[in-house]
Design a protein around this ligand. Structure first.
Ligand SMILES: Nc1ncnc2c1ncn2[C@@H]1O[C@H](COP(=O)(O)OP(=O)(O)OP(=O)(O)O)[C@@H](O)[C@H]1O
Length: 377
């Protein structure tokens, strides 16, 4: 069942009783969909932007749909600024249009037959504002997103970036307490994306309510969000500030996403015996289950056995080469060592004649590794 109001449910949305749930979004979401099981606790205070990231099928859309009211809970609770939105135990369910929630979803496209101004005014109108004031409000929002001069344009006359800004203005014009964004930048080309991304960060910061944005792009998450929540297989596996996620990713998926080498193992003083095989020399004293991270920029690739002081040195084969902005990311595989990512310059690729299948040596210093406790939950 998706979003259809149940006539038997009591809407306690205007019940002034205290829920004791505090400001912003508070949600506990135990949701089953077929064999998939999601269990997530998500609290987002006012003024905070959370990026929800995770692999395909992790449950990101399920979270957004539940928060928007498009998917009704069977258990758990969703409250916004102390107002219950969904709580099966008490029979509370506030339908989507009565939640103070703005959405920028890919499938909630702009109305093609309405101008940009009318699209934005639609939200305030739907919330009961008279036509004149709703249009005034819409004009203000279009100005804020830099589209005042496109007020009369239909969506088909707007670029992808402009349409995205109209969608954002439409969501914010209702002055919601929570805004939900589903891959808001995914449809944009790289150049437009860069610009819209930083604008989006600014608008969400100024908005003052809680925001939850689903994205596949680590850069979107790093630039736009105050906090990154990583969902894998229906579970939150990491919930940290962006810098912390980049510094100390807790799973291989996150490490790959932020471009770090990450390995799990057992610490024993200056070495870590990896669960997947191999040993790494580390600088921090390690004990028990740990994660070891090191950036691809700290790994050097050689054609011959290198001399020098690096403690981690082994021979492997190039399993892949990938262009990343101004560097080439080289994947090196070796039977008795962990797979390693190394960032090298295009000049080095040419000079060392690096190609898939080539025999190489990798080296990196113990002091370039970062060790932290490995228990994820
Ligand atoms: N209507 C549905 N009925 C049954 N199962 C569903 C339904 N919608 C989604 N699922 C399942 O729920 C799980 C989570 O899906 P969801 O769309 O929330 O993941 P996601 O993280 O948003 O993925 P993506 O990044 O691919 O959009 C998947 O295993 C999916 O197959």
């Amino acid at each position: 069942m998706t979003g259809t109001p149940d006539p038997h449910a009591t809407d306690r949305s205007h019940d002034p009783r205290e829920t004791g749930l505090g400001g912003g979004l508070t949600a506990y979401l135990p949701i089953s969909r077929g064999r998939f099981r999601l269990e997530a606790q998500l609290d987002v205070p006012p003024g905070q932007v959370v990026a929800l990231i995770g692999p395909n099928g992790a449950g990101k859309s399920t979270v957004l749909h539940a928060l928007a009211g498009l998917l009704r809970l069977r258990d758990g609770v969703i409250a916004l600024d102390g107002r219950l939105l969904d709580e099966p135990a008490s029979g509370t369910f506030v339908p989507p249009q009565r939640r103070d929630v703005g959405v920028v979803f890919q499938d909630y496209l702009l109305f093609p037959h309405l101008s940009a101004l009318e699209n934005v005014a639609f939200g305030p109108r739907a919330r009961g504002l008279a036509r004149g004031p709703a249009r005034e409000e819409a004009r203000t929002w279009l100005e804020r997103v830099g589209l005042a001069s496109h007020a009369g344009s239909r969506p088909a006359q707007l670029s992808g970036g402009q349409a995205q800004r109209v969608a954002l203005a439409r969501a914010l014009a209702t002055r919601p307490q929570l805004v939900l964004l589903d891959e808001p930048l995914a449809a944009l080309d790289a150049g437009t994306r860069l610009e819209v991304r930083s604008d989006l960060a600014r608008h969400l910061r100024e908005f003052g309510g809680s925001a939850v944005m689903v994205t596949h792009d680590p850069l979107d998450a790093m630039v736009v969000a105050d906090r990154i929540v990583v969902l894998e297989n229906g579970q939150i596996v990491q919930d940290d500030a962006p810098a912390e996620v980049a510094r100390a990713p807790r799973t291989e998926y996150v490490a790959r996403l932020v471009g770090l080498n990450l390995h799990r193992g057992q610490g024993d003083g200056a070495t870590v015996r990896l669960d997947a095989g191999g040993v790494l020399h580390v600088a921090d004293a390690a004990a028990g289950p740990v994660l070891v991270a090191f950036p691809p920029t700290s790994v050097t690739v050689h054609r011959h056995q290198p001399e020098g002081s690096a403690r981690n040195v082994w021979r492997g084969t190039i399993a892949g080469l990938e262009q990343h902005a101004h560097t080439i990311r080289v994947q090196v595989a070796a039977p008795e060592h962990p797979p390693v990512l190394a960032d090298v310059t295009p000049a080095a690729v040419a000079e060392l004649e690096l190609a898939v299948g080539a025999d190489v040596w990798v080296s990196f210093k113990a002091t370039d590794t970062h060790v932290y406790p490995g228990a994820t939950h």
